[in-house]
Design a protein around this ligand. Structure first.
Ligand code: BTN
Length: 328
């Protein structure tokens, strides 16, 4: 744990009471002057920290920029996801960064955020709008104990964790569209792109890329997306604190990932099914070269969507796009 992270943990732990410089300095084994210079560094970053002789240091306000040490200071010490967090001001795509680092042996659980992406990637070769400071654009490096056909499980847990964190922090009611689009009032607010590197029967690593439109305004979306995309700020009518949401989501992901690692995917799948607007609906499945109609009946133990086609056959869908059809 870095000194900055320990200081932030101490400040947050102390809450309104404040914490004495001497207490932090003896707990961390560094001088009070060193603590003071870290406090100054945090103030430069926009943290409002009160320093008084009777109450010591008190954290009054946290800026809406992302700081790796601050995110880590709010996560449980025992964790896999978010063991180490890096923030980029700008990058092409955080999924690409995960892929590169994974090849160089980076440990599982590394998380990388970017304040903006110049070539954000969406599912099915689409691009993902990622303007600076307005969203959460990040990827997690995972080395899941799954075979390639089971990878849909990752998709399902990320949608469940996303929905839970958004509900907790904003009070909004997100819905899941298979496999992992998060919608509010029928418009997309977040999405997940899982890219894996696999051998025949084993996944060597995966980049779990998550994009959440947090504080975008309608004009931040290109005109063709405006009818179908939204942001948490638009839906809530007020800005949402990004790092609070990031922390809630990293915690939720860590919990749900632990569940699939110990073979309890079915628990998460039930939670997913409860919020999934696709189940029971007439849908159109878009594959590479064709599309067909059917009713979404269930998800199978590996997370695939089971579709009853118009001809009465049961089809197993693991990829492509699903759109909701109007009921006849
Ligand atoms: C979708 O099409 O719904 C998936 C969108 C995923 C976007 C995120 S933003 C962070 C990560 N980096 C990328 O380039 N894409 C994912």
């Amino acid at each position: 744990m870095t000194t900055l992270e320990s200081i932030l943990r101490a400040l947050r732990g102390a809450g309104d009471q404040g914490v004495a410089g001497t207490q932090v300095s003896s707990a961390l084994g560094i001088s009070r002057t060193a603590i003071w210079s870290h406090i100054q560094e945090l103030r430069q970053l926009g943290y409002d920290i009160e320093a008084t002789s009777h109450r010591g240091y008190r954290l009054l306000r946290v800026p809406d920029s992302l700081l790796g040490e601050d995110l880590m200071s709010q996560l449980p010490q025992e964790r896999l996801i978010g063991r180490s967090i890096t923030i980029y001001r700008e990058t092409a795509s955080t999924n690409l960064l995960v892929d590169q680092r994974a090849m160089h042996g980076e440990s599982e659980g590394w998380v990388v955020f970017a304040e903006s992406q110049t070539r954000g990637r969406g599912r099915l070769g689409r691009s993902w709008v990622s303007p600076a400071g307005k969203g959460l654009w990040f990827s997690v490096l995972l080395r899941p104990p799954l075979r390639p056909p089971e990878m849909t499980q990752l998709t399902v847990i990320s949608a469940t964790a996303l929905s839970r964190a958004i509900r907790q922090v904003t009070g909004l009611q997100p819905e899941i569209k298979w496999p992992n689009d998060i919608l509010i009032q029928g418009k997309k607010v977040a999405g997940v792109l899982t890219e894996m590197s696999a051998e025949t029967d084993r996944v060597s690593h995966a980049a779990l890329g998550i994009g959440i439109n947090v504080n975008l305004e309608a004009s931040d979306f290109p005109s063709e997306l405006q009818p179908v995309a939204t942001s948490l700020q638009i839906e809530k009518g007020e800005p949402i604190h990004r790092s609070t949401l990031a922390v809630a989501l990293l915690k939720a992901l860590d919990e749900d990932y632990a569940r699939i690692c110990k073979g309890s995917f079915q628990e998460v799948a039930r939670e997913w099914a409860d919020q999934c607007i696709t189940l029971g609906k007439r849908v159109r499945i878009h594959q590479l070269d064709h599309s067909y109609l059917g009713v979404a009946e269930s998800i199978d133990p590996e997370g695939a969507l089971m579709i009853r086609t118009e001809h009465g056959e049961l089809e197993r869908v693991t990829g492509g796009d699903v759109t909701l059809e109007k009921e006849p």
